[in-house]
Design a binder for this molecule. Structure first.
Ligand SMILES: O=C(CO)[C@@H](O)[C@H](O)COP(=O)(O)O
Length: 228
């Protein structure tokens, strides 16, 4: 797998043609498919459940499916997405009563486990679970909606998390989510991210291939790649 992964969020895809949209974006060079699962409880918006994941698998999508659960409670959704074909699953520590247990549950299904961190979530939430993490999803907007502006303070946060990962000695993907565009992806990568969720920046353009190519051109300029 390459150092930098681009993960289009299907939140901004045309839901009426979802199978085709996912096929198109993968043909255009995307690495993984990002699912934003919202419950109108943990976040003030409602999207879709695991049947959409299952439907895309049945449609023939073989790429990694990266599920970001913005739901509370989380554990029943972990099981349902794992059984529907998800590969990576992350959730918000604020939404789980037992974070260690929820991470172990993800891993018990053979999926990669991640924590999703909101702009105001302190990094101490990572302290006793680094050994269970395969990825950390850093929210650079408040969760709930696509098309928001990147919060610039996230760059410092990424750099701090990058240090934590280095001290842990573990290989943990550092994923950024919210307001990622061609014109800021290089700075975000320089701060430490190596996996980039982008919804509106990709699905909002007519030519997915061109946007992904432009993102990769920016990423090729990054001097220090956060190792995996
Ligand atoms: O999780 C979320 C929002 O809660 C994100 O995945 C956004 O949906 C990304 O959308 P853009 O900011 O790239 O449009």
């Amino acid at each position: 797998m390459s150092d930098f992964l681009i993960a289009p969020s299907i939140l901004s895809a045309d839901f009426a043609r979802l199978g085709q949209e996912v096929e198109l974006v993968l043909e255009a060079g995307a690495d993984i498919v990002h699912f934003d699962v919202m419950d109108n409880h943990y976040v003030p918006n409602l999207t879709f459940g695991s049947s959409i994941c299952k439907a895309l698998r049945n449609y023939g999508v073989e790429a990694i499916i990266d599920v970001h659960l913005m739901v509370q409670p989380v554990d029943s959704m972990i099981e349902s997405f794992a059984k529907a074909g998800a590969n990576w699953i992350s959730f918000h520590p604020e939404a789980s009563l037992h974070v260690d247990r929820s991470l172990q549950l993800i891993k018990s299904f053979g999926c990669q486990a991640g924590l999703a961190i909101n702009p105001a979530t302190p990094l101490s939430c990572l302290d006793h679970v680094m050994h269970l993490l395969d990825h950390i999803l850093v929210m650079s907007v408040n969760p709930g909606f696509g098309g928001q502006q990147f919060i610039p303070q996230t760059l410092d946060k990424l750099a701090a998390i990058k240090q934590k990962i280095a001290s842990s000695g573990r290989q943990i993907r550092l994923e950024i989510d919210g307001g990622v565009k061609v014109d800021n992806i290089r700075a975000i990568a320089q701060a430490g991210a190596n996996t980039f969720v982008a919804g509106s920046a990709i699905f909002g353009q007519p030519d997915y291939k061109q946007v992904i190519k432009d993102m990769r051109t920016e990423l090729a300029e990054v001097k220090t790649v956060t190792p995996l």
